[in-house]
Design a protein around this ligand. Structure first.
Ligand code: NAP
Ligand code: HSE
Length: 446
């Protein structure tokens, strides 16, 4: 049987499990790949770090370039932009196919890497870049080549889903839940990428590029993280019949595509509301295929290693039997809409004085800004003697820019035509009453 040399760059959370599975199941992989897959080296920063029995110390090297130049397939699992980008380009130029889980790199330099693969006549695979073990990249790149995708809605970051879940289910504070996610190997080396939404934004860019056949850069995705999410937000969501999730959304509208990552309210009957822990799920709406859902472990060494290895088998198959991985498709060339034009339903929580005419004034601000209201819930706020109401306003679908203008206007206070004894007076004598905006959040459709 033919032998293919495989260089592994990185032996951390994912790389160490790739090496273990490839070694333990070598005979199976030989059958599936059509060639024996021989690890020709494992590049790491520190060759002296203990790595457990699965990683043969004799294969460790700090000289990544030497093993890249010797390989037929290079698996990049170092993460970060450099030197990962340079190593991948070097591997391709030398005739090796590349398998990577590096979404940060692809969402920034995907076009350059795709072009390098085409120029060198080698393949690029990146199933592990989105959704851990869940085959959503394959789904979009190959299975859905028969349809036009209209929207993608997903939970694509295991760390933040785990944190929000622990906060909601166990009442843990944010820091404790984050530490636990790091210990379990879900978080990136720098968890900022997870909690500030950039990891999900990179994945959103990759999925949108595949779905809409266009180039989407991470900076095209309007991104918010979860650092500001409080226990009060989670409780308010629950009371209103929602679950608070970090959602990635990519929608194809007639005027262009809108891309968003951020905390969102998901109705409890929506399939994404039931995604717990570090699990991921992506709901894809196709024009003809209708609604598809991918679900599975979205992070962690073992699940992610399986995605990497499926790509290694595919790359090996192409080397042995011929053919190529799907090339980059960019014929869609779709306009990317600014955040202000992205449309969604929103929920705005605010505290207002409990006075005659307040509701009318508040709803008037929404109307003036072209934002239609679907529901208003008013409750007494706090226990102080001053009368105050907590107002929760849920809108119909509205442009984000219009909702932002509404909030800005409300924050300046509302004009209420009453005097000190709550008698209605002329508009010219209207009192300005304060509005405190507590939160403003997207609501996903069922
Ligand atoms: P990790 O645990 O931080 O491991 C990184 C590995 O790369 C380490 O072995 C490190 O060496 C090595 N490395 C880093 N810089 C290097 C350099 N300049 N030269 C040589 N080796 C270098 O990372 P990970 O969690 O396994 O993630 C790897 C990739 O998979 C990332 O792109 C990540 O986004 C992606 N990914 C991760 C997950 C997950 O659940 N963790 C899931 C999907 C995708 P030392 O060990 O010597 O420090
Ligand atoms: N840090 C990422 C997550 C790893 O938490 O989802 C998987 O890409």
């Amino acid at each position: 049987m033919r032998e293919l040399k495989v260089a592994v760059l990185g032996a951390g959370t994912v790389g160490s499990q790739v090496v273990r599975l490839l070694t333990e199941n070598a005979d199976d992989f030989a059958q599936r790949a059509g060639a024996r897959l021989k690890i020709c080296g494992i590049a790491v920063r520190d060759v002296n770090k203990p790595r457990g029995s699965a990683v043969d110390p004799a294969l460790l090297t700090a000289d990544a370039e030497a093993i890249i130049d010797d390989a037929d397939i290079v698996i990049e699992l170092m993460g970060g932009i450099e030197p990962a980008r340079t190593y991948i380009l070097r591997a391709m130029a030398g005739g090796a196919s590349v398998v990577t889980g590096n979404k940060a790199l692809l969402a920034e330099h995907g076009p350059e890497i795709y072009e390098a693969a085409a120029a060198a006549n080698v393949d690029l695979y990146y199933e592990a870049a989105v959704g851990g073990a869940m085959p959503v990249v394959y789904g979009l790149r190959e299975s859905l080549a028969g349809d036009n995708v209209r929207s993608i809605l997903g939970i694509v970051n295991g760390t933040t889903n785990y944190i929000l879940d622990e906060m909601a289910e166990k009442g843990l504070d944010y820091e404790t839940a984050l530490r636990s996610a790091q210990e379990l190997g879900y978080a990136e080396a720098d968890p900022t990428a997870d909690v500030d939404g950039f990891d999900a934004a990179a994945k959103c860019a990759i999925l949108a590029s595949l779905a809409f056949h266009t180039r989407v850069h991470i900076n095209d995705v309007h991104t918010h993280g979860i650092r500001q999410v409080t226990a009060a937000d989670i409780a308010a969501a629950r009371e209103a019949g929602y679950v608070l999730k970090l959602v990635a959304s990519a929608k194809h509208r007639s005027e262009g595509i809108e891309l968003y990552v951020g905390p969102s309210l998901v109705p409890t009957h929506h399939p994404l509301s039931t995604v717990h822990g570090a699990y991921n799920a992506v709901v894809i709406e196709g024009e003809a295929s209708d609604r598809l859902m991918f679900y599975g472990p979205g992070a962690g060494g073992n699940p992610t290693a399986t995605a990497v290895l499926s790509d290694v088998v595919a790359a090996a198959n192409k080397k042995v039997y011929g053919g190529h991985a799907p090339r980059e498709l960019i014929y869609g060339d779709v306009n990317i809409l600014p955040a202000s034009r992205a449309r969604s339903r929103f929920q705005i929580r605010m505290v207002v004085p409990d006075e005659v005419g307040v509701l009318c004034a508040v709803t008037g601000v929404f109307a003036r800004n072209n934002v239609s209201i679907s529901a208003v819930v008013q409750e007494r706020h706090g226990s102080s003697s001053a009368e105050a109401s907590a107002l929760t306003v849920t809108t119909h679908e509205a442009a984000q820019g219009d909702v932002e203008k509404t909030i800005k206007e409300l924050s300046k206070g509302i004009e209420v035509p009453i005097d000190g004894s709550q008698r209605v007076v002329s508009e010219a004598q209207a009192a300005t009453l304060p509005v405190r905006i507590e939160n403003f959040i997207r609501v996903e459709e069922a």
